[in-house]
Design a protein around this ligand. Sequence first.
Ligand code: FNR
Length: 383
Amino acid sequence: MTVITNVEDLRVLAQKRVPRMFYEYADSGSWTEGTYRANEADFQKIKLRQRVAVNMENRSTRSTMIGQEVAMPVAIAPTGLTGMQHADGEILAARAARKFGIPFTLSTMSICSIEDVAQHAGEGFWFQLYVMRDRGFIERLIDRAKAARCSALVLTLDLQIIGQRHKDLKNGLTAPPKMTLANMIDIATKPRWALGMLGTKRKQFGNIFGHVSGIENMGSLGEWTAKQFDPSLNWGDVEWIKKRWGGQLILKGIQDVEDAKLAVASGADALIVSNHGGRQLDGAQSSIDALPSIVDAVGGQIEIHMDGGIRSGQDVLKARALGARGVYIGRPMLYGLGAMGEAGVSKCLEIIHKELDLTMAFCGHTQIENVDKGILLPGTFPK
Ligand code: FNR
């Protein structure tokens, strides 16, 4: 068996083990996938400054995100249908995050319910909310997240309507999955995945089945989203949700300085510079490119987080140097899960942590709290 040494190894293994329909749901972006690719590629353009003969003993990557302690400034991003990469996926990922000491964010569109995941999650259990037309449903979700002791609400603002993803359309991604002959043959070649799914006793789509109308007959994800998600979402809704929730609030999906200013005005605790992993507006700027101008404009008033394209600890360090207090990983977690379940997510976190720790040391720092733009080679990073 291949020795797993980086996130790419986990991706390759996940591709072998997860049915194509679900693997490609994760490993894809919208339209030309240009923004999806740019998210990763733009990290490569940024160069680090190597320093030598600096005492590298006693290093620490410990930090905080919205005041909550983290073993490294990385959280698990909310991803829908995580439980389709591996049976009980959200529970396994939440456990791995708890053991590592980083926050886990559960998507509204998860397979396992808030209540089921809460039994396994640690203190950093965050819930991600999508705004749907049915406001009663939103209220009930917020109440459930409170009852499950979620310590932050991550409100996603960039999916009022859904970006077109060609692979999902071609693969017939529906819920429940459309059993075309091609899909059945593909699943038959992934027995480990299929056995796991047959063995799980958990209710599927635990946050929405029985809680929102029309879900029993969901059809294609695109169709269902168009019916349920609220295209009229606006800043007045953010205010209403903030009041109703009453706890720490993080706004996800900010790419523009003007929106960042509105996020500050809303009174949120943090914003996430994100383009939804290149799954919404194709042609948008990469996240790491968008980060510095937002940090410049509002970094002194609100905590800035980012996601999109983080594939290594080096990327975490670069984002931190450019002003992100913390970052989120979506696909790296999904690859780990698809490859090896909970052990795969743990492996992913260990890999990223080790890369972060060593790179920080090579750049002449022992404490992540002291890292700043000075570790980056002038002229190679976005402004
Ligand atoms: C997502 N993302 C996402 N975001 C969100 O707020 N709610 C969700 O349900 C989902 N679902 C989802 C599914 C899949 C398969 C992916 C890949 C992504 C976006 C996610 O939170 C995050 O913004 C990106 O994944 C970050 O980019 P990387 O780390 O995947 O490159």
